[in-house]
Design a protein around this ligand. Structure first.
Ligand SMILES: *[C@@H]1O[C@H](CO)[C@@H](O)[C@H](O)[C@H]1NC(C)=O
Ligand SMILES: *[C@@H]1O[C@H](CO)[C@@H](O)[C@H](O)[C@H]1NC(C)=O
Ligand SMILES: *[C@@H]1O[C@H](CO)[C@@H](O)[C@H](O)[C@H]1NC(C)=O
Ligand SMILES: *[C@@H]1O[C@H](CO)[C@@H](O)[C@H](O)[C@H]1NC(C)=O
Length: 955
């Protein structure tokens, strides 16, 4: 009876019901006491009964025997009774005994039943207590949520700075005023503010770049076909390229490299001493349709390939290189080339370009020697020929160089040098074209000839630690194609360039690129100290110089695409216009527009931790593109020299600047959620606000799945009620769409199922437009993480935004037997990777992985269907030079009951060994770094007073 009335109690889940539950619980407590007493009462009744029965028997009417008589007397009585009477009495008594013992058995059974009921009830009580706790937690959490929502609302109300509206775009008036060209004098002092028309390039213009069709507008003659084709093509790939000259900000005129000179003009070039009036060239330029009288915002591109002397051999054709514009009035146009005749380079106006020695585009890491060993066979190499001129004194720069190098090679150290003072000697490839053009240029001035192309040069450069490249002795020469070519080659071979006179030279994109981090720029006067200086460079510095040289070459010099992109970026940065925004990957849904996937109610996870982990918030995408006009100004150096590229604008960066902590309370508090509103606090306050050094945010879970629907659905269900979760993006790698009758759990946030174009593990890192937060939590579809672990990981990531922050740690170990790297997943006290099967990273790295990382790595991932996590760790460590962060003591993260995943089998491991070695080859070194620390929450394992809470119960 009582049980029935209690069965209906307790399963209410609404917050309002929790009070009710509490009342029931109280009555339960009283009842349980009664129930515990009940068996004793029953016993008492039984005893009383028994006593009563025996009394009744004794007081039977047939007997007048007093019931207090002794046993002996009773026996006498019995003996005096008739046998039949006795028998009857015995039977009677036996019957009574039987009925009593039956009653006793009944009572005993009853007692046991009641006892077990008592046990069940007390279990129920415990359950209800647990439920109460959960409900209280939930209530607490709802309260926090409400509070947070109120803060957000107040913020929205108080916010009197609405989102910036774009200013009106400045369009160049259709008829640009025709200005008269500056005189030669004024031309030579052109700077951006004197000669550049900023009004054509408003901040919001997107910096459109127009290219005059090189076939239609041949200014000087026919442009060499490789240059023409590749420049046209690579500019076409650049996001700033436009077909519409009326909106263009800058105009490229492809002038060279010339395959043939238009004989109408004639020029003074190193190769020809044709001297026809240069005024003709100026006239040709002035005829360009958008020249507007003075050629403002025009870039005269003169690209050099000519020191690829091989092409001269092959074709027997001599191309026209050098400074085509020497003595020509180019108006207000900028000149971009690699050779500037003495005194003509206008700093911060003209552009030094590298020679076009690489392929049109694509991966450029192949064939480049590795960064290590830091020290190579030869300390220094040099190849050149010195022909003293009649007028050169022995104290002239070239003569001194000659003397010092010869002395150095005779020095008493064990250093080896590779010096070649005679171009003819080993230069077997040298054709019949006679002496090198540079020698031809100034044969009588007493100048160094840097020998022409030689097949042996790459060979000795790649075994040289340093290579010496002297600047031309005329200090007014800012750059020559020959010096730039030697620089290019030395970077290609990994010989650290020692630029003698480097302090006066100009380098490609030198306004932005810090060449001192990749080359040793030495004033000529330091020549006597050269040997000492080179010996003093330490191994870490050497490796850093070489690595940086490799990076700069790959990014800005190695291919035609790199050169054109860098040229545009350099000009754009000068004008202060932000780059084009990076493209997000479209995320088409796997469901068509009419199909509504079936839903199922959320199942409360069986082991929901009864601690509140944070408020339930409405979705809050991370603000994006907030620093369009500032991040170049404050972090331009890093953009060009460290992170991956200055070519694109990223919505947010993991390197964004952090405000000082007092700013949160002095005027810049928008979006911040300081703990205890700034007063701080232990667990209770901690779980209410995100705290940290950056404003509030949420994260997106990205889950890759392939034909494991039930595993996926189970994993998704477990995400119910996860605080700060913005969205779940499921990447559906299978070509088969999900079953129509598959029921998707309702977890309180959107689940976006993206149809992948093909089955690739690289899809895990695509920067989908559906991902609206900076933080991405990448998880395997069978990963089993607790909510508190995810929450803690998120909080740690928020202060380690440029790293991979995750749970399962791995490391790379040296193969002691055979050399090379091995992948290792054993327990270890040193880590170098965190598997992306359960890790946080910044969306920026998804862009880099998909668009910036060498294609060969993504191809390898596809080839093996493996290693994408290793590739991500390599990438992040390469960009940041930091190891990943491991959080919590969790070593594995698979669900216990799930089928053993393929990562256990042996070929999987073999492939992972191979991946590490292959990726190291692509980067030229192994970017992974070791780490020995693990993040646990601050009060973990700390004894704290009873009135305080830990940050997390278990971590
Ligand atoms: C060009 O210059 C060279 C050397 O200065 C000279 O030998 C040659 O005759 C000149 N050619 C012409 C066409 O002037
Ligand atoms: C959408 O998908 C459903 C189920 O896959 C299918 O029945 C329906 O015809 C599709 N509708 C369109 C417009 O393709
Ligand atoms: C910043 O750039 C992005 C991408 O081009 C654009 O959507 C956004 O409106 C820009 N913001 C401002 C304030 O200019
Ligand atoms: C991991 O440890 C076990 C036992 O110590 C050892 O047999 C195994 O070779 C180790 N695995 C790797 C990859 O080092």
């Amino acid at each position: 009876m009582t049980t029935a009335s209690f069965d209906s109690v307790g399963y209410r889940t609404s917050a309002a019901g929790s009070r009710e539950i509490m009342c029931h619980t109280l009555s339960h407590v009283k009842l349980s006491r009664i129930l515990i007493l009940f068996p004793f009462i029953l016993f008492a009744i039984v005893f009383v009964n028994y006593y009563y029965l025996s009394k009744v028997e004794n007081d039977a009417p047939n007997s007048d025997i007093h019931r207090t008589r002794s046993k002996l007397e009773a026996f006498e009585d019995f003996s005096s009774l008739k046998a039949s009477d006795l028998k009857f009495r015995i039977e009677e008594m036996l019957r009574i005994r039987g009925s009593v013992s039956m009653e006793l058995r009944d009572l005993e059974a009853r007692r046991q039943r009641l006892q077990s009921e008592v046990v069940t009830y007390s279990q129920r009580i415990d359950e209800l207590k647990g439920e109460l706790l959960r409900q209280q937690t939930e209530l607490e959490r709802l309260k926090i949520s409400v509070e947070q929502a109120q803060v957000a609302r107040r913020e929205a109300m108080e916010r009197n700075s609405p989102d910036l509206a774009l200013p009106h775009r400045l369009y160049p008036s259709s008829k640009a005023p025709k200005l008269s060209p500056p005189g030669l004098e004024e031309r030579s002092s052109c700077t951006m503010h004197l000669c550049f028309d900023y009004s054509r390039c408003s901040l919001t213009s997107g910096f459109p770049v127009y290219l005059y069709d090189p076939d239609e507008h041949q200014v000087l003659g026919e442009v060499e076909s490789f240059v023409k084709t590749t420049v046209r093509q690579t500019l076409g790939y650049n996001p700033h390229f436009t077909d519409d000259p009326s909106t263009a900000c800058i105009f490229f005129v492809l002038v060279g490299e010339l395959a043939a000179v238009d004989m109408d003009i004639g020029l003074v070039t190193p190769q020809s001493n044709l001297t026809l009036p240069k005024i003709l060239l100026a006239e040709r330029l002035a005829q360009l349709p958008y020249w507007a009288g003075d050629g403002r915002n025009h870039i005269l591109l003169n690209l050099a390939r000519a020191t690829v002397e091989a092409s001269i051999h092959n074709t027997g054709q001599r191309r026209i290189i050098g400074d085509l514009f020497q003595g020509v009035n180019t108006g207000r146009a900028m000149v971009a080339q690699s050779e500037f005749s003495p005194g003509t380079f206008r700093s911060r106006f003209d552009l030094v370009l590298p020679p076009l020695l690489g392929p049109p585009g694509g991966d450029v890491w192949q064939g480049v020697p590795p960064v290590l060993p830091a020290r190579r066979q030869f300390l220094l190499s040099f190849q050149g020929e010195y022909i003293p001129g009649p007028a050169t004194s022995s104290s002239s720069e070239p003569a001194l160089l000659d003397m010092h190098l010869r002395a150095m090679s005779r020095s008493a150290t064990s250093d080896e040098f590779f010096f070649q003072f005679d171009c003819g000697e080993n230069d077997d490839d040298k054709g019949d074209d006679g002496p090198d053009m540079e020698a031809e240029k100034n044969p009588s001035l007493g100048e160094w000839t840097l020998c022409g192309l030689s097949s042996s040069r790459m060979a000795f450069l790649s075994v040289s630690t340093f290579t010496l490249i002297p600047a031309p002795s005329d200090p007014s020469i800012a750059s020559t194609t020959l010096v730039q070519t030697r620089l290019w080659e030395s970077l290609r071979a990994g010989a650290v360039p020692v630029m003698l006179g480097g302090d006066r030279l100009s380098f490609p994109f030198g306004e932005w690129v810090d060449w001192a981090r990749a080359a040793i720029l030495l004033p000529t006067a330091r020549l006597p100290e050269l040997h000492f200086l080179l010996r003093a460079v330490t191994d870490p510095d050497l490796a850093a110089l070489r690595r940086q040289g490799r990076l700069l070459r790959e990014r800005y010099l190695a291919s035609v695409q790199a050169v054109t992109d860098a040229a545009i970026a350099a000009l754009r940065c000068r004008a202060g216009v932000p780059p084009a925004p990076v493209d997000d990957e479209p995320s088409p849904s796997v469901f068509n527009s009419t199909f509504v996937p079936l839903k199922m109610d959320a199942v409360l996870p069986e082991t929901e931790p009864d601690e509140s982990l944070g408020p339930i918030e409405p979705p809050y995408p991370s603000p994006k593109f907030k620093r369009n006009y500032t991040f170049y100004v404050s972090q331009g150096h890093e953009v060009w020299n460290e992170w991956v590229d200055p070519f694109r604008l990223y919505p947010q960066l993991p390197f964004d600047i952090v405000l000082p902590s007092d700013a949160k309370f002095i005027g810049s508090g928008l979006g911040f959620r300081p703990i205890g509103r700034g007063a701080g606090g232990a667990g209770k306050e901690f779980c209410e606000s995100l705290g940290g050094n950056v404003p509030r945010e949420q994260f997106t879970i990205v889950m890759l799945t392939y034909e494991r629907e039930q595993v996926l659905i189970n994993s998704l269900s477990r995400l119910y009620g996860l605080p700060y979760l913005n969205k779940v993006v499921v990447v559906w790698n299978s070509p088969k769409p999900p079953l129509e009758d598959l029921r998707w759990p309702d977890i309180g946030v959107p689940i976006h199922v993206v149809k992948a174009s093909r089955n690739s593990l690289n899809n895990r890192f695509l920067p989908f437009d559906a991902i609206e937060t900076e933080a991405i939590l990448s998880v395997d579809d069978d990963a089993h993480l607790r909510h508190d672990e995810i929450m803690f990981g998120f909080r740690v990531w928020r202060e380690q935004r440029d790293r991979v922050v995750g749970f399962p740690g791995r490391f790379h170990a040296w193969d002691l037997k055979y050399g090379g790297w091995l992948y290792n997943s054993n327990y270890s006290c040193e880590l170098s990777m965190v598997l992306t099967g359960a890790a946080f990273f910044h969306k920026y790295f998804a862009y880099l992985y998909s668009y910036g990382m060498p294609q060969a790595i993504r191809d390898k991932v596809d080839e093996y269907m493996n290693c994408e996590d290793i590739a991500m760790n390599f990438l992040v460590s390469h960009v940041t030079r930091k190891p990943p962060v491991k959080v919590t003591s969790r070593w594995t993260f698979r669900c216990p009951g799930c089928p053993v995943s393929l990562s256990e089998d042996d070929t999987h491991f073999q492939e992972r060994h191979k991946c590490i070695n292959f990726f190291s080859e692509v980067y030229g070194y192994t970017p992974l770094l070791n780490t020995q620390f693990r993040a646990d929450s601050i009060l973990f394992k700390t004894r704290i007073p009873h009135d305080k809470q830990k940050c997390f119960k278990f971590i």
